[in-house]
Design a protein around this ligand. Sequence first.
Ligand SMILES: *Cc1c(COP(=O)(O)O)cnc(C)c1O
Length: 245
Amino acid sequence: MESLSNELSEKLKNVEYNYKAIENNINEAAVKSGRKREDIIFLAATKTVEPKVINHAVSCGLKYIGENKVQELLSKYDEYDLENCDLQFIGHLQTNKVRQIVDKVSLIQSVDSVKLAGEIARQAKLRNKIMDILVEVNIGKEANKSGVLPEQLDELLCSIKDIDGISVKGLMAIPPICDDKSLICKYFENMHRLFIDISAKKLDNISMDYLSMGMSDDYCEAIMFGANMVRVGSALFGKRIYADR
Ligand SMILES: *Cc1c(COP(=O)(O)O)cnc(C)c1O
C-alpha cells in the first residue's frame, strides 16, 4: 500500500514537471513563430492514462484532453474533471460508435469520409447539437492509415460542408513515423499549405480555425510550421504501458 501510493505520488510529480517543461517549449515555439502562447492549444493525448493522473495534469493547468478509443473514453468518462477541461476525440472512429460519444466530446478530430461525417451529423441532430469536427488528412499517403488523401481533401470538404449537424473547424494530421526530422517538417509544411489554401477559398460553413499536428517528439517543429493545436501524450505522462500487449 505504502509503496503503491509512493509510486503514484512519484508519477504525479513527474507529470507536473513534464507539464511545465512542455508549457515552456510551447511558449518558446509560439513566440519564435510570431505568435503567443495563447494562440496554441496544448491537448494531452490520454490513452492508457488513469483519470487520477489525467486530472492531476488538469490541476496543473491543462485545458484539453483527447482519447483515441471509444471504449476507453466511456470507461473513464465519469472520472474526468470536465469542469476544468475539454474532452475531444482524436482516434479512428467507426460509424457504429459515433452515437456513444457525440454527447460527450466537444470536437471529433478524425473525420475522413462523407459516411462518417453524415453519421456524426445525424447523431448530433438527434441531440439538437452541432458537432465540431476536423478533417484528418493522410499527409504521408500511407496505405492502411486513416485520413483523406491530400488530393481528395477538396472534394471531401465540398461534400460535407453543407451537412446540417456538423461544423468543420480545421484539419488534423499524423505524419508517418520516422527519425528524419527534416522529412517530418516537410509533412508539416505541406499540411500548413493545405490549411492556408483552404482558408483562402473561404468556403461556406468551413472555418479553418485549427491545424492539429505535432506529438511528443515533434510538437515544437509542428508549431514552427503553423500548428495551433498539438497532441502530446508520452512527453507528459511518460511511456505508455498497454495492459493488453
Ligand atoms: C497517442 C496519440 C498522440 C500522442 O502521441 P505521443 O507520441 O505519445 O505524444 C497524438 N495523436 C493521436 C491521435 C494519438 O493517438
